[in-house]
Design a protein around this ligand. Structure first.
Ligand code: KIV
Length: 253
């Protein structure tokens, strides 16, 4: 799809019913994200989410999946060593039905990615704002604004691709930097708050359905506005990503 210039449409999903709805809307990738800690469990961060909880939600989503690629997040602390990562990614695939795993981290995770890739496990590396590192980062902030940080992210992207990552995900990254990363790597780059030039987009389902209480992040859009049903909102999101109208300038940094 990257080679053909076709945008990749991704959304999070946590259960059977929504997996069916996403499938019907023609979403390309569904992610059982550790955002489940916040939007399903009502916690204030993603950190408490466990392997067993992720596997449970993965199984629920897998039951509603047909052609959509099923990606699962590796929870906080589940991929510190390559051996831990291998065991846990294996569980997500064998017990949860995941087809690709996502892990947060830069080039310090290259050996972990290489170990997973070597075992035949497809990997998405998550760069930019990494919610599992929220306490280290000092909050949910845009990453890569300074020239040094931008260069470092480019090095991360290259190193992770070299290590065998099949996909990159950029969260809350200035649009110009995300465009550079997307151009420099061969693997597809999925953005969230990373501008329109990424190869694909992802949002948290509850955010784009207007279900998130309080202030939503600037990069999201409530697709229920103007839609008559959830199914129409999902279809509107898919076509807005594919025709390039989402994300618009006001959703980018
Ligand atoms: O956990 C999640 O839902 C994610 C998305 C924000 C990309 O990682």
């Amino acid at each position: 799809m990257k080679a053909r210039g076709e945008k990749i449409v991704c959304l999070t999903a946590y259960d059977f019913s929504f997996a069916r709805a996403l499938e019907q809307a023609g979403i390309d990738v569904m992610l059982v994200g550790d955002s489940l800690g916040m939007v399903i469990q009502g916690r204030s961060t993603t950190l408490p989410v466990t392997m067993d909880e992720t596997i449970y939600h993965c199984r629920c989503v897998a039951a509603g999946r047909e052609r959509t690629l099923l990606m699962a997040d590796m929870p906080f602390m589940s991929h510190i060593s390559a051996e831990d990562a291998l065991r846990n990614a294996g569980r997500l695939m064998k017990e949860g039905g995941a087809q690709i795993v996502k892990l947060e981290g830069g080039r310090e995770q290259a050996s972990v990615v290489a170990r997973l890739a070597g075992a035949g496990i497809p990997v998405c590396a998550h760069l930019g704002l990494r919610p599992q590192s929220v306490h280290k980062l000092g909050g949910y902030r845009v990453q890569g604004r300074e020239p040094d940080a931008a260069e470092s992210m480019l090095r991360d992207a290259r190193a992770l691709q070299e290590a065998g990552a099949d996909l990159l995900l950029l969260e809350c990254v200035p649009a110009a930097l995300a465009a550079r990363v997307t151009k420099e790597v061969d693997v597809p780059v999925i953005g969230i708050g990373a501008g329109a030039d990424c190869d694909g987009q992802i949002l948290v389902l509850q955010d784009m359905l207007g279900l998130t209480p309080g202030r939503t992040p600037r990069f999201t859009r409530n697709f229920m506005v103007g839609a008559g049903s959830i199914q129409q909102a999902l279809a509107a999101y898919a076509s807005a990503v594919r025709d390039g109208s989402f994300p618009a300038h006001e959703h980018a940094f």
